[in-house]
Design a protein around this ligand. Structure first.
Ligand SMILES: C[S@@+](CC[C@H](N)C(=O)[O-])C[C@H]1O[C@@H](n2cnc3c(N)ncnc32)[C@H](O)[C@@H]1O
Length: 224
């Protein structure tokens, strides 16, 4: 049975309420992708990809890109923005949209199998893990591990919100949630952490939001 969040995501896309969507390629992707030291022809997986411009950045570098996204509105927009006209076919519980080096599975990430990710050497995850409810995150990492080929690497970008009492300096290290979720299956290396603060003025109050953007490299341990 579909998770109740699925309907909310799809409705958000239909209403064009997509505050997470960036109108530029993520700067930490362009800065840290090279650290994975991949051949540019290698196959890359982008889970929960939305219509992110990061997908086409990877594709334009020469990578074969495989994505998965729940919303057909997002998948259509991704191909349209890239001026590509994909072929569509049904693929079990998913729909597969393909043109040349780009394949997007439209449907639930949890319906993907090992066969869908054959040859994938790396994963780019921005706001995929954190888009899922906390009670599904462990299952997300276990499923990702189950369907990825051996020796796969992940570039994982996260944003950690700070509460008023949190000290930014104390939070520039590896997150305990990331370590707990991934270290069973992957080695976890924090590549970078940067502090961001923003002030918003609302009638009668000024709100400060603080967060830390982090980039991790994860390496999948070979299967036993
Ligand atoms: C926070 S957005 C991030 C999108 C993209 N990674 C980006 O950087 O813009 C999360 C996306 O995951 C999709 N999504 C949520 N649950 C999903 C699932 N179970 N399977 C596939 N896609 C899902 C949503 O429709 C949404 O587009």
């Amino acid at each position: 049975m579909a998770h109740p969040d699925h309907a909310l995501w799809k409705e958000g896309w239909r209403a064009n309420h997509i505050p997470f969507h960036l109108t530029h390629v993520h700067p930490l992707l362009t800065r840290f992708w090279a650290q994975l030291d991949l051949d540019t022809t290698q196959r890359v997986f982008v889970p929960l990809c939305g219509k992110s411009l990061d997908v086409m950045w990877l594709h334009d570098r020469g990578h074969q890109v495989v994505g998965v996204e729940l919303s057909p509105v997002a998948v259509k927009a991704l191909f349209k923005a890239a001026h590509l006209s994909p072929q569509r076919e049904s693929h079990g519980d998913l729909a597969r949209w393909t043109q040349q080096q780009l394949t997007i599975f439209c449907g639930d990430f949890f319906a993907m199998t090992e066969a869908d990710l054959l040859g994938v050497q790396a994963v780019y995850d921005r706001a995929a893990l954190t888009a899922l409810p906390e009670n599904l995150r462990e299952y997300y990492v276990a499923h990702l591990h189950a369907i990825l080929p051996a020796d796969c690497q992940i570039l994982l970008l996260t944003v950690e919100d700070l509460d008023d009492e949190d000290d930014a300096d104390d939070s520039m290290c590896q997150s305990s949630e990331i370590a707990a979720l991934y270290s069973v299956y992957f080695s976890v290396e924090l590549l970078h952490a940067e502090y961001h603060a923003a002030r918003t003025v609302a009638p009668g109050e000024e709100i400060e939001t603080r967060c830390i953007h982090k980039a991790y490299r994860l390496r999948r341990a070979p299967r036993n």
